[in-house]
Design a protein around this ligand. Structure first.
Ligand code: GDP
Ligand code: ADP
Length: 191
């Protein structure tokens, strides 16, 4: 790795329940040298989620203060909550020549791509909306109203798939993980 090589920014998106978190965790197990940006969010933690690991869980007031201070590389209103990526996280890692993964929604991904055209964007889709609903219900993380909102949003989000550099259908998890790993490694070696 040349001494002043800037790291590559990978941006992973996909509808709620598509398998982003599951695939990302498996990719991080399989590949070395990847960092993950811990987003800020105003949503409440799910069972088992740890502050500072899964998200930085902040109040709406703190989130607004980050916006006012220009701290975010991008932020968005998603499923009636706010989510944002801290500029400082990304700049530090990339300037050290390390590659970084963001896991953010479509609005955020398009903001990042506009600011950083060299970012590599990936989109995870379920085999069908029916399977997506089954997986969301099986995850037991949302009430009925929130789940229906996420499913409605999923239909709209999936219309954006062709704006991404790489799309993976998450049917067989092993196959999806393998495809993402091969794509990421191929992009890392190309630079
Ligand atoms: N724009 C943006 N979206 C984010 C960020 N962090 C998470 N998200 C997205 O917000 C959406 C909701 O995330 P989450 O509440 O964890 O639900 P999940 O998608 O059902 O796992 C997902 O599409 C995430 O990718 C962020 O920092 N910025
Ligand atoms: N290929 C797959 N086959 C079956 N279940 C899956 C698959 N990928 C993910 N899941 C399950 O579907 C649910 C949603 O996955 P998750 O990674 O939380 O999605 P996201 O992070 O995109 O919201 C989880 O319960 C997860 O275990």
């Amino acid at each position: 790795m040349t001494k002043n090589r800037k790291g590559t920014l990978f941006v992973l998106s996909g509808p709620s329940g598509a398998g982003k978190g599951t695939i990302r965790a498996r990719v991080f197990e399989a590949l070395d040298g990847l960092s993950y940006s811990v987003s800020c969010t105003t949503r409440a933690p799910r069972d088992g989620e740890r502050d500072g690991v899964d998200y930085r869980f902040v109040t709406p007031e703190d989130f607004a203060a980050h916006i006012a201070a220009g701290d975010f590389l991008e932020w968005a209103d998603v499923h009636r909550h706010r989510y944002g990526t801290l500029k400082s996280d990304v700049e530090k890692v990339l300037n050290e020549g390390k590659d970084m993964f963001l896991e953010i929604d479509v609005q955020g991904a398009l903001q990042v791509k506009k600011k950083m055209p060299e970012a590599v964007t990936l989109f995870v889709v379920p085999p069908s909306i029916e399977v997506l609903e089954k997986r969301l219900r099986g995850r037991h993380t949302e009430g009925e109203a929130e789940l229906r909102l996420r499913l409605r949003n999923a239909v709209e989000e999936m219309k954006q798939r062709d704006r991404y550099d790489f799309v993976v259908v998450n049917d067989s998890l092993d196959e999806a993980v393998d495809r993402v790993c091969r794509f990421v490694e191929q992009r890392r070696q190309a630079l």
